[in-house]
Design a protein. Structure first.
Length: 256
């Protein structure tokens, strides 16, 4: 078992670099932080390269020394610098990317979430978590979305990122795959005529959510089989995309 006591150690420098998207995709690795998330990742088949444990949290060794991947003990001050949490739990892992194809996801599910240009990591994490809760079989992300492997997104999903397959593609390819597989595509817009609770859908079905500030692209919206909105009784003009998306997924997929 290795012990690291210098911030200049090559492994520490490497893990620090994985906070940047450029290096995550160069090495096909990302950071998972927290005991619960590491347990979930391993349970659902993630390949761990390293497990780092704060030397002041040695009780974690009893469980995680049996996990796959090299276990490394790290000085507390170094671990705190590596962590992006306000109150670090004393454990993080470096895992390999896992990928799914657009075709495999669409051919092996009945309920899908399509995200187009979602930029905020917190929104992305919440939407993935809600999709997991409401029975979504796969998530398809446009190339303009933020990085699912960023530490903020991984943390915000609370482990749900390991439960649902996802793939990045351009929106034209995603919409073509929907059409090819006879998926009923539901667009979302505050200007839609139909209220979500009254919508008639059939399976397989996909919900499309657009960018936080701009909403869905008009061209993509025109290709949808149905368009829905949330009926709001109060004075708020709009909802955060993660809140709106969660409500819509609940209403659509409870009918499955």
């Amino acid at each position: 078992m290795k012990t690291v006591s210098s911030s200049g150690n090559p492994l520490i420098k490497h893990i620090t670099s994985l906070k940047q998207k450029k290096y995550r995709y160069e090495f096909n690795q990302y950071i998972i932080e927290g005991a619960k998330s590491i347990r979930e990742a391993t349970k659902y088949g993630a390949k761990l390269d390293y497990i780092l444990i704060d030397k002041e949290q040695l009780e974690l060794m009893h469980e995680f020394q049996e996990y796959p991947g090299d276990v490394v003990l790290v000085e507390n001050n170094i671990f705190k610098k590596l962590s992006e949490e306000k109150n670090p739990q004393g454990i993080m892992a470096v895992a390999h990317f896992y990928s799914h194809s657009l075709e495999d996801i669409v051919e092996n599910g009945k309920a899908f979430l399509i995200l187009d240009r979602i930029q905020d990591p917190g929104n992305m994490g919440t939407l993935i978590r809600s999709a997991d809760a409401f029975g979504v079989d796969g998530i398809l992300l446009s190339s303009g979305c933020c990085d699912v492997y960023s530490p903020k997104v991984v943390r915000a999903t609370m482990g749900s990122i390991f439960h649902i397959p996802f793939a990045y593609e351009d929106m034209d390819s995603i919409m073509n795959a929907m059409s090819k597989n006879d998926v009923f595509v539901i667009g979302t817009s505050p200007h839609a005529a139909e209220v979500i609770k009254n919508a008639e859908i059939r399976l397989p079905a996909a919900v499309v959510l657009g960018n936080e500030s701009g909403g869905m692209d008009d061209n993509i919206l025109s290709k949808c089989d149905g368009k829905v909105k949330i009926d709001m009784k109060g004075r708020a003009e709009s909802l955060n995309v993660a809140v709106a998306g969660s409500i819509i997924m609940y209403e659509i997929f409870k009918k499955m």
